[in-house]
Ligand binder design. Structure first.
Ligand SMILES: N[C@@H](CCC(=O)N[C@@H](CSS)C(=O)NCC(=O)O)C(=O)O
Length: 298
């Protein structure tokens, strides 16, 4: 277990701007009129978490060349507004850092769910642009980073935390980051599944130490056992989806709802072309996205 910086716990949750806006009218609104507001907040999830007192700021960001999602989470109830980025892409680092600046957040961790094969991570580039940011990746990924995490670790940003769940199978070092369970943590929980679980699909298992047997076990034991209303935020989407739930994937995932042997047969017959950037992305991501000297000069 590697020690990660843990911020002071704040006892008094701060109202989010969205929550304040929804309650600014002086006349009380009937519950039937309030419900759509609450549901809309949950669906778009810019500020989330009834249990977190509205202190979680959340943004889902997209990189269109590789269809990659990057996630920004911050504890806006903490005076420093500490933030983490999950799976940043090198091409969209400036967009992400600009957003973080505009929102007045302090980025403390740039984290990866695994060593990516289809795009270059933005973590190394972020470290060259923002002082003090630490890169995070699973120890089992065998890549360069400041902090190496393992199953069961908690990554704190302010009073909020992400729990690390090992979900190997797409790669040997894949993890899923799940928002905390407990007092003052977001409700419903949110699972950032990387390429282990993709909405109505899952990560391929034909390279980087992939194993369909292991992936099936990982998803069933570490993701499908989460509360049914847990929001599933994947590392990629190729069909236009943004978010799912554990309940939805348990019911409708066309691969993972099958028994293990059928799943393995499905995975053996995906016949996907190799990612176009694999030869560049893999070596770069093993060194946090920054190669010295760059491959073209070798
Ligand atoms: N066409 C893309 C790569 C698409 C791909 O292989 N995606 C991976 C995740 S990134 S390694 C995957 O696991 N896909 C599963 C699926 O069912 O699509 C490219 O050239 O980059």
């Amino acid at each position: 277990m590697v020690p990660l910086l843990r911020s002071f716990r704040r006892l008094i949750p701060h109202l989010s701007a969205a929550a304040a806006a929804s309650s600014s009218s002086s006349a009380p609104r009937p519950i039937s009129r309030l419900l759509p507001v609450v549901l809309a907040m949950a669906a778009y999830s810019t500020v989330s978490g009834a249990g977190a007192g509205g202190r979680l700021l959340f943004r889902q960001l997209f990189e269109k060349e590789s269809s990659t999602y990057t996630y920004l989470l911050a504890d806006v109830g903490d005076p420093e507004k500490p933030a983490v980025l999950i799976d940043p892409v090198d091409r969209t680092v400036d967009r992400d850092l600009n957003l973080i600046k505009e929102l007045g957040l302090k980025l403390i961790y740039a984290m990866n769910t695994h060593v990516h094969a289809d795009h270059v991570t933005g973590t190394g580039l972020i470290k060259t642009k923002v002082k003090g940011v630490k890169s995070v990746i699973a120890k089992a990924g065998r890549a360069k980073a400041d902090h190496f995490i393992e199953h069961g670790d908690k990554i704190y940003f302010g009073n909020l935390f992400l729990e690390v769940r090992a979900t190997p199978g797409h790669t040997a070092g894949c993890v899923t980051y799940v928002t905390g369970d407990g007092h003052d943590q977001p409700v419903p929980r949110m699972a950032f599944t990387g390429d282990a679980l993709i909405i109505r699909a899952c990560g391929r298992t034909d390279f980087q130490g992939g194993s369909s047997d292991q992936l099936y076990e990982s998803v069933h034991s570490q993701i499908f056992t989460l509360p049914k209303d847990t929001l599933v935020y994947p590392g990629h989407d190729y069909k236009g989806f943004t978010v799912s739930t554990v309940e939805e994937e348990l019911a409708y995932n066309p691969r993972l709802t099958k028994d293990k042997e059928t799943f393995k047969t499905i995975m053996e017959n995906l016949n996907l072309a190799y990612p176009t950037m694999i030869d560049v992305a893999l070596p770069a991501n093993l060194v946090c996205g920054i190669q010295d000297p760059p491959p073209s000069e070798v």
